[in-house]
Design a protein around this ligand. Structure first.
Ligand code: GTP
Ligand code: MG
Length: 165
């Protein structure tokens, strides 16, 4: 089964997105040799079932904490077909450096601008198509608390995973 790994800074909605994508059959285990917990579930996208992996929060590919090291190691060891980098849309500029690191590392990145409801409430306007052109990866806006954008995300993942067979 191909894998989708969700990565991002602490507290940006990784686990809520994970719950939106996966159903009832979720397993939680410690990453080997650590006390860090990792959740795994499944999602059907188009005709294909993917394993979805929720990772601990990371700020950079150069790990400082055990959590960050696990998140980094998982990106290398699990060989995901899609890496969803989820960021807080309110702090897009502060969070894009990790997106660039992931892209430069050759990972198949889909960028998710989450917490779009709060970003809109404070008057932010983000040009998604412009970001897509600049980064050359799919970009989707979501609100994980309500489910807004999740179907669009699934469509982009399907398209992307098809190209990255
Ligand atoms: N308003 C709003 N709040 C959100 C959204 N997504 C997540 N949150 C809130 O953000 C907080 C963190 O969500 P989590 O899903 O636990 O985030 P996480 O990235 O898994 O956090 P860690 O595992 O601690 O790194 C929760 O209080 C969510 O309700 C969103 O789209 N809009
Ligand atoms: Mg979490």
């Amino acid at each position: 089964m191909r894998k989708i790994t969700i990565v991002g800074s602490p507290n940006v909605g990784k686990s809520l997105l994970f719950n939106r994508l996966t159903g009832a059959y979720v397993t939680v285990s410690n990453y080997p040799g650590t006390t860090v917990e990792v959740s795994r579930g499944k999602t059907r996208i188009g005709a294909e079932e993917f394993e979805v992996i929720d990772t601990p929060g990371m700020y950079s590919l150069l790990p400082i904490s055990e959590e960050e090291r696990v998140a980094r190691d998982m990106l290398i060891d699990e060989k995901p077909s899609v890496v969803i980098h989820i960021i807080d849309a309110k702090n897009v500029e502060r969070m894009l450096p990790l997106t660039l690191q992931l892209i430069e590392a050759g990972l198949p990145v889909v960028l998710v601008l989450n917490i779009m409801d709060e970003a809109e409430r404070i008057g932010m306007k983000i040009d998604l198509r412009h970001l897509e052109r600049e980064l050359r990866v799919p970009v989707v806006a979501t609100v994980s608390t309500t489910g807004r954008g999740i179907d669009i995300l699934k469509g982009k993942v399907e398209e992307y995973a098809r190209r990255k067979m």
